[in-house]
Design a protein around this ligand. Sequence first.
Ligand SMILES: *Cc1c(COP(=O)(O)O)cnc(C)c1O
Length: 377
Amino acid sequence: MNKKTKMIHGGIVGDPATGAVSVPIYQVSTYKQDAVGVHKGFEYSRTGNPTRHALEELIKDLEEGEAGFAFGSGMAAITAIMMLFNSGDHVIMTDDVYGGTYRVMTKVLNRYGIESTFVDTSDLSNIEKALQDNTKALYIETPTNPLLKITDLEKAAEIAKKHQLMTIVDNTFSTPYWQTPLTLGADIVFHSATKYIGGHSDVVGGLVVVNNAKLAEDLHFIQNSTGGVLGPQDSWLLMRGIKTLGLRMEATETNAAELVDFLTGHEGVKKVYYPGLESHPNHSVAKKQAGGFGGMISFDVGSGEKAEEVLGKVKYFTLAESLGAVESLISLPAKMTHASIPYDRRQDLGITDGLIRISVGIEDAEDLIEDLKNALA
Ligand SMILES: *Cc1c(COP(=O)(O)O)cnc(C)c1O
């Protein structure tokens, strides 16, 4: 089955009980048992809910894994994954991971003895340099935010295997439409489904897919024990979002290419970050491992004042955090998503005050270009 077909026909299609074409929202907490312990597969909705189950089956199919899990947010999903480890374990992570990931590792999970080291995984040699006797996992985000750095997933997973590390990938930016990390050797893939998977800025959720039965059993145990599950209504919204994920990713890709063309040719733009640019240091890796380059573009307009002026003038780009929805969004990482990173560290990473990040939506490219042209003038 090809991907757009799988988004419609994957997982559980319709409702086995009634034939309803759309899986109903089973807004229910508990299930009648015919006799003690005799039930139809569902006992209590933290443990399992038919709507959530349908979503979990669908994401499992899309990521080509063994089992899927839906959580109340991307952060709840990451936290559950990290609970697979024990106090005293160490994880090597991509240095410019999502800010919330950095925060949960360094301010919460560290208190439970889970250690982390952050390195630039787009340079694979940094991975082995960060190895410790207690290293148990390699955690990669690719492309990264906001600089769109790319890590070679196949090669990174090979290095991890050599050292008996589990490979975990945050696939939020690429989605399973463009990139399936489990097929490249990863053990666990996850999403902030709040972004492209939901796609309409109307739901917060997290999805995880694992590649073997042991991990499936362990993660289900954690999901049921700690309870950060996604509710039935939000599960239904994500399934609805997934039906058009392929179409949205294609439309975003076309728009992004046109915007990158415009931005690279504009004299007021000092630098453009986009994996689809041949000048991107890991363009060939991006091309090899993903079917598309995605809808996130960052560009530097030289100063914080200029950047704020642009953000104040745009009409179709909504000034907001988050990404991956039908509407185009614009943000200033240094003052918004990455403000908690100290100034010097931001400069080292390349997150300058004049760096603007856009999440390209599915409006007409012509209008988006016109909008940026006016704002940059
Ligand atoms: C938003 C985001 C997260 C966190 O997900 P929430 O749904 O906001 O909890 C994790 N990783 C990436 C790359 C994100 O963009």
